[in-house]
Design a protein around this ligand. Structure first.
Ligand code: CP3
Length: 348
């Protein structure tokens, strides 16, 4: 069977066009998703493997991207650790971490017992993708698994009620670095096991979301967030599974990211792709980076902006087209489709 374009991009094979998918491609901008959400809560969807697989496949049928990303959330690992999590729609932790003893009291999730619903959803989706590619001509699609990186998970699991912008994590860094290291170390082990489980159950590629690490100075990033990322990437390398790392607001971290160990870096829209290419070099795959707000442009402008992004790189390989962050919940779906169709026209 031919390999999915997404996998070939990681091998830096020259391609006639880059693979394309959209961060948060399953979600509220699709009426089919909203219909399911009327009958089920978000967590119900995540925890019912058949429904999660169905939601994962919705954008595949509607937009025809080159990859499916499993429908779940970065915070589902928290429940197995003893945290009570709810979404309305933003995540809320009823019993956030407030002290060192709270960290010591955290449980290690039993990956199969506590997170088996994600593994089952991956298995079902993988089968559906396989059936789709057997029944329809076209490029086979890759399956992406994901997790939050330890720094970003800490930003949701620590009590942030006294601060805005998840600053409590940075405050702890300056107040009591050792306690923060203790938490990050626990999270690194948990995320590593969880991701290895996802690979075992069918994920072809892993995306690690360190959404909030852009809040850190380059020096603090290198001391606190980066070592966790490196350990996770190293574990996945032993399984030959490519890793894409996403950080929102990564311009000042590009130098440090050369050492992340990730096979690909997903760039936010504030950084010109050409700058990322210069700093990160040709061996690291790049992903991104259209501003999600650009999907609200008039169609002819959107097509033009998409083509400008596509042709900003010197390379014609080692690139995955995507947005610079998740698609916004009110995005016109025809424009999401136009973005993908424009990428499929290929490089100029
Ligand atoms: O990409 C996909 O289609 C897979 C699904 C996915 C979700 N969350 C579904 C979701 C992925 C990859 C995530 C990751 C995630 N979750 C991140 C990292 C990526 C990023 O956007 O930076 C973060 C920070 C979260 C935490 C989270 N979950 C927030 C802040 C919110 C509320 C804001 C929002 O987008 O609604 C959620 C809820 C959430 N996660 C929804 C979905 C579809 C909306 C829930 C609903 O249906 O009401």
């Amino acid at each position: 069977m031919i390999e999915p374009l997404l996998i070939r991009a990681f091998k830096h094979e020259p391609l006639v066009r880059p693979p394309v998918w959209i961060m948060r491609q399953a979600g509220r901008y699709l009426s089919e998703y909203r219909t399911l959400r009327q009958a089920h809560s978000f967590l119900e969807l995540c925890k019912s493997p058949e429904l999660a697989a169905q939601v994962t496949m919705q954008p595949i049928h509607i937009l025809d991207p080159d990859a499916a990303i499993i429908f779940s959330d970065i915070l589902v690992v928290g429940e197995g650790m003893g945290l009570e999590i709810d979404f309305n729609p933003g995540p809320k932790v009823a019993n956030p971490i407030r002290s060192r003893s709270d960290i010591l009291a955290l449980k290690n999730p039993e990956t199969t017992a506590d997170l088996g619903f994600v593994f089952d959803a991956l298995r079902i989706t993988k089968k559906e993708l396989w059936e789709l590619s057997a029944s329809k001509p076209g490029e086979p699609k890759a399956l992406i698994g994901f997790a939050g990186a330890p720094w970003t998970l800490a930003c949701y699991f620590l009590d942030q009620s006294l601060f805005k912008n998840h600053y409590a994590t940075q405050v702890l860094l300056h107040q009591d670095a050792e306690t923060l290291h203790l938490l990050l170390d626990r999270l690194t082990k948990i995320v590593t096991d969880y991701l290895l489980g996802q690979v075992e159950h069918g994920a072809d590629v892993i995306q690690l979301f360190d959404t909030w690490a852009g809040n850190l100075s380059a020096e603090d990033f290198s001391r606190f967030a980066l070592p966790c990322i490196q350990r996770i990437c190293e574990a996945l390398r032993s399984q030959n599974c490519p890793v894409i790392l996403y950080i929102n607001g990564c311009a000042h971290l590009l130098e440090a990211l050369r050492q992340s160990g990730a096979d690909g870096i997903s760039i936010d829209w504030r950084v010109p792709l050409s700058t990322a290419e210069e700093v990160l070099g040709n061996r690291i795959l790049l992903q991104g980076n259209l501003d999600p707000a650009a999907l609200y442009s008039a169609p002819e402008h959107l097509a033009k902006k998409t083509k400008t992004m596509l042709n900003a790189l010197k390379r014609k390989s080692g690139y995955i087209a995507n947005l610079g962050h998740g698609i916004l919940p009110t995005t016109p779906r025809d424009n999401a489709r136009l973005f993908i169709d424009t990428i499929k026209e290929g490089w100029e």
